[in-house]
Design a protein around this ligand. Structure first.
Ligand SMILES: C[S@@+](CC[C@H](N)C(=O)[O-])C[C@H]1O[C@@H](n2cnc3c(N)ncnc32)[C@H](O)[C@@H]1O
Length: 196
């Protein structure tokens, strides 16, 4: 692998060192664990040269790990919070991960038709719980949860057969019946889906 800082990708702890302490403290609850990220990325990047989008990419943990281990695939992350986006860019630069791209937008503003496969770590759930929120700078509501879930559902339903999706901790509200589970982790928290 051609990245400048391969040591950052050795463990969750070494990856966490890319970020300030307050971001590290959120890691266990909000960012994908290294082993899960590797497994998810392996499924999504099964075919080289594809574009993989992390919907709600936070500080870029999944995107960077996927890009590092699959240098011939293109990993993207879209994140609504500019501060988290900023830390993702810094971590990309520090690790020299060239095939990772970060977009600072609400995912509803992104053309999802331009991506082949998707990763989704329960990004909209923050609208349903007051526990452990990342910050208090954005609006949260049940109706936003339903709006986002419905939006993603419709977009995923439009994708061609063979589209791959990985969910982690999903309530599955955003998954159309055209997607079939093809693999799961033993605890069923991680699910690999394929569009029929
Ligand atoms: C549970 S974190 C997962 C972060 C990253 N995918 C990872 O696994 O390391 C979910 C992220 O989704 C972001 N998010 C939630 N709703 C979003 C939206 N509508 N558009 C873009 N980002 C969103 C949150 O700001 C948060 O950073």
């Amino acid at each position: 692998m051609g990245n400048a800082r391969p040591a950052s990708f050795m463990s969750d702890a070494s990856f966490d060192w890319l970020y300030p302490e307050w971001i590290q403290q959120m890691s266990r609850r909000h960012w994908t664990p290294m082993g899960i990220a590797k497994k998810a990325a392996g499924f999504l990047a099964a075919e080289e040269g594809k574009k993989i989008l992390d919907i709600g990419s936070g500080v870029g943990k999944f995107t960077l790990i996927g890009a590092h281990y699959h240098p011939r695939s293109f990993f993207y992350g879209v994140e609504q919070r500019s501060e988290l986006h900023h830390y993702a860019l810094s971590a990309k630069e520090y690790t020299g991960t060239e095939n990772a791209t970060f977009i600072n937008q609400n995912f509803t503003q992104v053309n999802l038709a331009a991506y082949d496969h998707f990763y989704f770590y329960n990004a909209f759930f923050e609208n349903l719980t007051t526990h452990g929120r990342i910050d208090h700078r954005i609006e949260y509501s049940d109706s936003l949860y339903h709006y986002y879930s419905r939006f993603l559902y419709k977009e995923l339903d439009r994708k061609p057969a063979g589209t791959r999706l990985v969910t982690f901790h999903s309530s599955e509200d955003e998954i159309p019946p055209s997607y079939q589970v093809v693999d799961t982790s033993a605890d069923f928290l991680l699910k690999m889906w394929m569009k029929r």
